[in-house]
Write a protein that binds this ligand. Structure first.
Ligand code: ADP
Ligand code: 5GP
Length: 197
């Protein structure tokens, strides 16, 4: 069985990663989105096991120590990690897998799985980012300011990524992401090798 491909999507909070990935998953239903573990409190409307696996800090650190995460990092004051077992299982079964993680996590994945396709989603400007975060309305003012400060640092790391997608016009960015996916997916690889059924 052909192994799936791992896609890593990173970029500042509010850049549009979640929105773009949702569009990608609609178009390619065999592709799986990894559900991360986090110590952050659930937001209204979020549910355990769907948006995140919500864990206490102690349990998170126990799992990290036991090597249960493919990568993990502290982001905006909370711990976030990618469950290794599920991702491995899906790749083995031939599903392409998408991780929506921060730049520190992307760096760890790049070291451990250099074949992963890394994509950085970039907002058109810091002003646009602030406007999007305000309109999304999911953070307190303090949280929002922290995310904006981190955005500047994160944007300094985009050079390490294989692709940079500018999310100015949403429809154009969706098409660009899907074109990258079409080029790099496991089924595209198989087609190129001529063993695609
Ligand atoms: P992230 O997952 O990177 O934190 P989201 O996908 O939640 O970002 O997007 C942040 C906010 O910006 C959302 O309210 C979303 O609807 C909006 N948004 C996403 N892409 C665009 C775009 N190209 N133009 C304007 N607003 C956008
Ligand atoms: P949020 O709290 O807004 O859902 O996510 C905050 C940040 O954490 C985002 O930049 C998101 O990409 C990142 N993040 C989510 N899950 C993971 C993960 O499993 N690992 C890492 N390193 N970052 C993550």
């Amino acid at each position: 069985m052909r192994r799936g491909r791992l896609f890593v999507v990173a970029g500042p909070s509010g850049a549009g990663k979640g929105t773009l990935i949702a569009e990608l998953l609609k178009r390619y239903p065999r592709t799986r989105l990894s559900v991360s573990a986090t110590t952050r409190e659930p937001r209204p409307g979020e549910s355990d096991g769907v948006d995140y696996h919500f864990l206490g800090r102690e349990e998170f650190l126990r799992r990290a120590g036991a090597g249960e995460f493919l990568e993990w990092a502290e982001v905006h004051g909370n711990l976030y990690g990618t469950p290794r077992g599920t991702v491995e299982e899906w790749l083995e079964k031939g599903h392409d897998v998408v991780l929506e993680i921060d730049v520190q996590g992307a760096r760890q994945v790049r070291e451990r799985m250099p074949e992963a396709v890394t994509i950085f989603v970039e907002p058109p400007s810091l002003e646009a980012l602030e406007e999007r975060l305000r309109r999304r309305g999911t953070e307190s003012e303090e949280e929002l300011q922290r995310r904006l400060r981190n955005a500047v640092r994160e944007s300094g790391e985009k050079e390490g990524f294989r692709y940079v997608v500018m999310n100015d016009d949403l429809q154009r960015a969706v098409e660009e992401l899907c074109a990258i996916y079409e080029e790099e997916s496991a089924s595209a690889e198989a087609r190129k090798r001529g063993d695609w059924r």
